[in-house]
Design a protein around this ligand. Structure first.
Ligand code: ADP
Length: 539
């Protein structure tokens, strides 16, 4: 068995096992008609697993759902029907979130929270409830008259799985982002105090028997200030933890006949409770995502300002020094012609470097405002690559081996943008290339040109390989040793996308990296092109 299938096999088995475990817990909560439970954490577990671990691990959901329902007494056809519904629910939710929402499982933007609520919690759950209840009716497990309230319980239970369980798993999963700072002691203390207050208040509100003092005063909505605190101060992770804690305590309360939502049967109490929790969870998640987005924007601005001033100062001081030397030499007429020429050339180099940096900064605002316009003309990549290499400083040029094809590779591109792509990739290969040789090769694959830039440097960890194409994203090791905006690869990706091409990295830590750019030889598609404002502005 290859390592890939072995890995998937383990994931599928683990997911099925975890599914059965949490499903048994849900079924213990007075399941309507024996199968439709108002507490259904497996839905959230499945979605988080497909989004975070392996999107092709749906077999784990199918096996988990089948075993759970067969175990609970469903006939094989009914259990298969239910399993089909539950699997489709998870697959459809994960697919829709990826396809339509460019979803971040860390729920760090308002759009992520809205997409999770609309596409997953409210949308995909219709599939499972409908197929599941349909299977029960067709298998004569329930009467048609019971279908309505069974469906409601099923849908609500699954919705809560996506609103309460999925966010907890997704926001607690470790993702490293350069802008995240390790939490200070004060923040840890605040988080613990908040969690303690949330648990205490939830126990007080949802754990009271109706004959206890002030029971009628204990209203569920009193939990809101704590949920708001969690969302505003701790973003989506705070929101997820606070709603999960509240929800778990409230369900335990209702199951033991306590709290403000009691109506005869547990299933009826749970309907009122879950409707309340759905509203609370949605509100808190949205607030948390907005808070996170705002903090992220502020951190972006700060890091842009500090990196910009740091990065610009170095070439600026070098420039200043050379300019002083040049002036002094000219005033005192004591410098040789070679010295003066040397100074002038150095000044030119520093000015180039500075204007390159300023261009990068202008590019972010241009790209974010969707004003990246391509000027298409015939470009020969052989010639362009040679020009880029020739522009390098002599000691850098010595390290580069250019392997161009014999034939010319001519396509319809924006010359200066393609130049920028190659320049950025090549200067990274030199910067992170551990002083070792760098290879640049050019090829042609049918109607696509392929440029590969290979170094033998520090390499990039697998976990970072996708992330580094994001704005201000840098891999941990290099951000300590080399200064940079973390913008180069982002700009590369925006340009290549706009040209209808693609860029990939293959790398191993300590061994080196290969960046490959593929560009279609024909002109980039006209409107609506990938470079149209909408596409670029949302990156
Ligand atoms: P910058 O170089 O300014 O940090 P980039 O967007 O060009 O920004 O690159 C992002 C990050 O990707 C770098 O900080 C570095 O961690 C990593 N990286 C890029 N190219 C390479 C490479 N050839 N080898 C190793 N790491 C690289």
């Amino acid at each position: 068995m290859s390592t890939m299938t072995a890995r998937r096999f383990i994931i599928v088995v683990a997911l099925a096992g975890a599914y059965i475990l949490v499903a048994r817990f849900g079924l213990a909560m007075d399941a309507v008609s024996g199968f439709a439970t108002l507490v259904w954490p497996p839905t959230g577990l499945s979605l988080a697993a497909l989004l975070l671990v392996d999107e092709d691990a749906w077999a784990g959901v199918a096996i988990g759902a089948f075993v759970t329902n067969a175990w609970a007494g469903a006939t094989v056809p009914v259990a298969l029907g239910i399993a089909l519904g539950n699997t489709l629910e998870a697959v459809a939710a994960a697919w829709a979130l990826r396809r339509f929402a460019d979803f971040h499982p860390s729920i760090d933007r308002l759009n992520d929270a809205l997409a999770l609520v609309a596409l997953a919690a409210l949308g995909s759950t219709l599939i499972s409830a409908t197929i599941g209840v349909g299977s029960l009716v067709l298998g004569h497990r329930i009467d048609v008259e019971a279908a309505g309230h069974t469906w409601r319980a099923w849908w609500l239970g699954d919705t809560m799985g996506d609103l309460v369980v999925a966010p907890l798993l997704m926001t607690m999963a470790p993702v490293r982002r350069s802008l995240d700072e390790p939490p200070s002691r004060r923040r840890i203390v605040e988080a613990l105090a908040l969690e303690a207050a949330t648990i205490a208040s939830a126990v007080w509100l949802f754990g009271a028997r109706s004959n206890q003092p002030m029971a009628s005063f204990r209203e569920a909505y009193m939990i809101f200030p704590l949920l708001v605190w969690a969302a505003l101060r701790f973003g989506s992770r705070g929101a997820a933890v606070a709603t999960f804690s509240t929800s778990a305590i409230a369900i335990a309360g209702a199951a033991s006949g306590r709290g403000p939502f009691l109506h005869g049967r547990l299933a009826d109490s749970l309907v009122s409770l879950q409707v309340f929790m759905a509203i609370a969870a949605t509100t808190t998640l949205i607030l948390g995502a907005i808070a996170q987005e705002r903090r992220h924007a502020l951190a972006l601005r700060d890091s842009l300002l500090s990196v910009a001033s740091h990065e610009l100062r170095t070439p600026l001081s070098a420039l200043q020094l050379r300019a002083q030397m040049l002036t002094r030499g000219m005033i005192h007429r004591d410098a040789s012609a070679e010295r003066l020429e040397d100074d002038a050339l150095a000044i030119e180099r520093h000015v180039k470097r500075l204007s390159g940096l300023v261009e990068d900064l202008l590019d972010i605002s241009r790209i974010m405002a969707g004003r990246l316009r391509l000027q298409i003309e015939p470009v020969d990549l052989n010639v362009l690559l040679r020009e880029v290499v020739d522009r390098l400083a002599p000691e850098e040029r010595e390290r580069v081996r250019l392997e161009a094809t014999g034939a010319s590779v001519v396509g319809q591109w924006d010359r200066s943008r393609v130049d920028q792509v190659v320049t950025n990739l090549l200067s990274n290969a030199i910067k992170y290339g551990a002083e070792a040789p760098v290879e640049v090769s050019l090829g042609c694959d049918g109607d696509r040109a392929r440029i590969a830039i290979r170094d033998q440097g520090i390499g990039i960890a697998a976990a970072d390989q996708e992330r580094i194409f994001g704005r201000f994203e840098r891999a941990q090791e290099s951000s300590k040793n080399a200064v940079g905006f973390g913008l180069g690869l982002w700009i590369v990706k925006q340009i290549v996308d706009a040209a209808g091409g693609s860029v990939h990295v293959k790398s191993e830590l300590g061994k080196g990296s290969i960046f490959t750019v593929e560009l279609p030889l024909g002109a980039a598609p006209e409107a609506p092109s990938p470079g149209s404002p909408e596409r670029l502005a949302h990156r």
